[in-house]
Design a protein around this ligand. Structure first.
Ligand SMILES: Nc1ncnc2c1ncn2[C@@H]1O[C@H](COP(=O)(O)OP(=O)(O)OP(=O)(O)O)[C@@H](O)[C@H]1O
Length: 228
């Protein structure tokens, strides 16, 4: 069983541009992998299809054995709660405290108040932010803000975490720290798919790498091949 499967997926935008062509791959439970490629290769489009910001023109995106084409408009928010997302610009609510930001997905899900408190504290501890619960995002460094974004994405224990250039604006030490946090998630049952064009990072991480070129999946490199 896979967490995510792309079956011959193509995506043509309204203007006629084909951003993805016949893309097929599987993500296993507890797997971490990267997607890379030149600017315009189709990386963000691939994430948009997973997040249901866009729908495929042909083929199927299957998440947890459910064809996402069958997810109707009203069920899209529920699907999005099953997929944690981390962005380069982390999109925190600037007028809410760190713990309020992290609690948001649980509040939306209707989790009991007492459980929300426990889970938020626990995930903030894991991210090394236990002492900043009451701070506002503007009082944190860029790396800390990014960790809050990750805490918010994983607090609901999603089956899959997707991240779009999550270390793009961080220095190499902080980037390595964030990647180490991601690398821990598979052992907790969350698969992780990271879009990055940082080749040095990809080599260092030694995880599976999918390479997109003009919308086609041209390579699927296993960690063993990378290590050679
Ligand atoms: N809404 C849209 N309408 C029309 N064309 C689009 C749309 N979004 C993306 N495209 C085109 O689809 C192609 C793939 O775009 P996409 O954003 O997926 O690439 P990317 O690999 O994420 O690029 P980057 O690394 O620069 O973010 C590009 O040629 C882009 O211009």
């Amino acid at each position: 069983m896979s967490v995510l499967r792309f079956d011959n997926v193509s995506k043509q935008y309204a203007g006629g541009h084909e951003a993805l062509t016949d893309v097929s791959f599987d993500v296993a439970p507890g797997e971490m992998l990267f997607v890379t490629g030149h600017s315009g290769a189709g990386k963000s489009t691939l994430l948009k299809l997973i997040h249901l910001d866009e729908r495929p023109s042909r083929g199927a995106v299957v998440f947890n054995e459910r064809n996402l084409l069958k997810v109707r408009g009203g069920d899209v928010p529920r699907h999005r709660r099953e997929v944690g997302a981390v962005y380069q610009d982390h999109r925190l609510l600037m007028d809410r405290t760190i713990s309020e930001n992290v609690a948001l997905p649980l509040i939306l899900r209707g989790t009991r108040r007492i459980d929300i408190g426990k889970r938020v504290r626990s995930v903030l501890e894991r991210m090394g932010l236990g002492h900043r619960e009451k701070a506002l995002p503007s009082q944190l460094s860029a790396g800390e803000q990014q960790r809050v974004g990750i805490a918010r994405a994983i607090v609901g224990e999603p089956r899959l975490l997707v991240a779009d250039e999550p270390t793009g604006n961080l220095d190499p030490t902080l980037a390595a720290e964030i990647m180490a946090l991601f690398a821990e998630l598979p052992s907790r049952g969350t698969s992780v798919l990271v879009v990055s064009h940082d080749l040095a990072l990809l080599r260092r991480m030694r995880k599976r790498v999918l390479i997109l070129d003009h919308g086609r999946l041209v390579d699927d490199i296993s960690p063993q091949d990378l290590a050679e």
